[in-house]
Ligand binder design. Structure first.
Ligand code: ADP
Ligand code: ADP
Length: 231
């Protein structure tokens, strides 16, 4: 459903050019849980941003459901970002002075959805992540794990096909991380989930597939559950 073909992405700052993605080719299935590992600066976030349409690429092509994004117009990118992908981040990125229902609804303001429908979808998404009894709270009245659940609800509200996660458990303790990973694994049964993480243990435990980055390239692409040594 999603294929990257020899994607290259450069950042130019003054005289210095960084090859953030140096020829990345990979395809993803409709439902899988992919973890992206690799050292800091190896291109993981850049790939996530390219896949999410937050960042453009310099060469190569990305094919989404059979459509080449090379020929996407701005309106195609807007539609893709608003309806097909959801993002979650390490830092939750919630708006502190808004209630959690409003935070989730905000994720839908750019799509053509009425206020009433937005609220209904936000309630559904918050119920799905286990927060239906907290709808009146503000983010600062929640634990880190609950805040990440709100962020997941916001990402899910439009029912995207692709969920992109940039270190979703980076700010959470081990027990809470495990709960969030269980939730994300559940979601990967119906969506493509791509997660950047610095935690190889969680990646091996939960993901179906591990892609390791180095210097803007994919160095290894493997199934962690086929690699375990026989007892
Ligand atoms: P990772 O997520 O693996 O830490 P990134 O994708 O953030 O790696 O970065 C890849 C490379 O691109 C790094 O060398 C980083 O410094 C550089 N880079 C990322 N974003 C920018 C930017 N906005 N401007 C300039 N260089 C950037
Ligand atoms: P991570 O390891 O999670 O990718 P980074 O610290 O590498 O975090 O990057 C955080 C943000 O800063 C990213 O959005 C990235 O695009 C941007 N960034 C990274 N490196 C540079 C850089 N050299 N110049 C400008 N922006 C950068």
């Amino acid at each position: 459903m999603l294929e990257l073909k020899n994607i290259k992405k450069y950042y130019k700052v003054g005289e210095i050019t960084t090859k953030a993605l140096d020829g990345v080719s990979v395809s993803f299935r409709k439902q899988e849980f992919v973890a992206i590992l690799g050292p800091s600066g190896s291109g993981k976030t850049t790939m996530l941003n390219v896949i999410g349409g937050l960042d453009n690429y310099d060469s190569g092509d990305m094919v989404i459901n059979g459509k080449e994004t090379k020929s996407f117009k701005d309106s195609d990118w807007d539609a893709y970002r608003n309806n097909s992908v959801g993002f979650i981040f390490q830092s939750y990125n919630l708006i502190g002075h808004l209630g959690i229902l409003d935070n989730v609804e905000l994720g839908m303001t750019l799509s053509n959805v009425s206020k009433r429908e937005r609220e209904e979808k936000a309630r559904e998404a918050l119920t799905r992540v286990g927060l239906k009894d907290h709808l009146d709270k503000k983010p600062n009245q929640l634990s880190g794990g609950q805040m990440q659940r709100v962020a997941i609800a916001r990402a899910l509200a439009n029912n995207p096909d692709i969920l992109l996660c940039d270190e979703p458990t980076g700010a959470l303790d081990t027990e809470t991380s495990v709960q969030i990973m269980e939730l994300i694994r559940e979601l990967s049964k119906e969506k493509l989930v791509i997660m950047v993480t610095h935690n190889p243990e969680l990646a091996h435990e939960y993901a179906d597939r591990i892609i390791e980055f180095a210097d803007g390239k994919i160095q290894k692409d493997s199934n962690p559950h086929q690699e375990q040594p026989k007892p």
